[in-house]
Design a protein around this ligand. Structure first.
Ligand code: ATP
Ligand code: VIB
Length: 265
């Protein structure tokens, strides 16, 4: 009761998160751009749900191959899943895939920069769209990347690094969705994460990937109070949701990840 009172008195210092909204709500509360990365689209249930409500749909380079290949047996369906753009250095995009999407008037654009991944390039493209005349309301879109994490470890770390890059953009949230996890970055401060335990859990982790932190948690099976966490010391992995509401207070950014159930959509 006391905590409910605290929220009522101090709602702005606690950042609110509902990571699984993108999988559960009919209409998302916040508009988002879906970026399809270059990993096999195993979970078409998740993919179709994320796709259906996205305001922008970009394929990061070889992500377009995965999209194309997901509908190998169904030409008609393939034509229903046309992205707004295929973007990147285009060293992974197959010629047949490029020809197909170009023939359907999909924007295929190349950026040769060798210091940014194709995922990052797609985020730059989103920024361009956001500042274009067509976005008169100046909407900033959340970013949902799928399938993110897993696969190559350097790419996995690059994707998490991307969360850190974006952390100061507090008017947008970035969510990495994999076949088995939802992952976000919590910036320094207080956070209230609402979990839908029909979709999320039981396991979760809080990982100080950017350096040492001091952590306080509530709503987990194993909680910490003002506890120093760092690699080589305490890292909260294989933790378990004990409540629909998880509260986390951290003095530095920290990665939150929660397991996805097998049947989510
Ligand atoms: N094996 C992988 N594991 C995890 N993520 C991947 C993997 N391969 C690609 N990705 C993600 O998909 C995006 C598009 O991949 P792309 O087809 O361009 O492969 P790449 O040339 O190896 O990637 P990049 O040029 O971005 O380093 C990458 O930017 C990355 O976010
Ligand atoms: C210090 C440093 N390490 C690695 C790369 C390589 N790299 C990082 S992102 C990217 C683009 C891939 O499409 C490439 C080639 C670099 N540039 N600088």
């Amino acid at each position: 009761m006391l905590q409910v009172l605290c929220y009522a008195l101090d709602p702005f210092t606690m950042r609110q998160w509902r990571p699984s909204d993108v999988l559960s709500l009919e209409k998302p509360l916040r508009p988002y751009a879906l970026i399809v990365l270059n990993q096999k689209l195993n979970r078409l249930d998740i993919f179709k749900k994320l796709w259906s409500e996205a305001s922008y749909r970009f394929c990061a380079d070889g992500g377009a191959n995965r999209l194309y290949d997901a509908f190998v047996d169904d030409e008609e369906l393939r034509e229903k899943y046309l992205p707004h753009a295929v973007h990147g250095d285009l060293d992974s995009l197959r010629k047949d895939v490029r020809d197909y999407y170009e023939s359907k008037n999909v924007e295929v654009s190349q950026d040769h920069d060798q210091n940014s991944t194709d995922f990052m390039k797609c985020i730059s493209l989103l920024r361009k769209k956001e500042t274009s005349d067509k976005n008169e309301d100046g909407i900033k879109y959340d970013i949902v990347a799928f399938p993110a994490l897993g696969g190559r470890f350097d790419q996995t770390i690059a994707s998490i690094n991307q969360l850190y890059f974006l952390k100061d953009e507090t008017d947008r949230q970035t969510l990495l969705v994999s076949d088995e996890n939802l992952t976000i970055l919590l910036d320094e401060g207080k956070h209230r994460i609402e979990c839908n335990r029909q979709l999320e859990g039981p396991t979760c982790g809080i990982m100080p990937l950017g350096g040492p932190i001091v952590l306080t948690t509530r709503g987990l099976r194993w909680n910490l109070t003002d506890y120093p966490c760092h690699f080589g010391g305490m890292v909260s992995t294989s933790n378990v949701l004990a409540s629909d509401i998880v509260e986390i207070e951290t003095d530095k950014p920290v990665v939150w990840t929660v397991e996805l159930k097998e049947d989510t959509c």
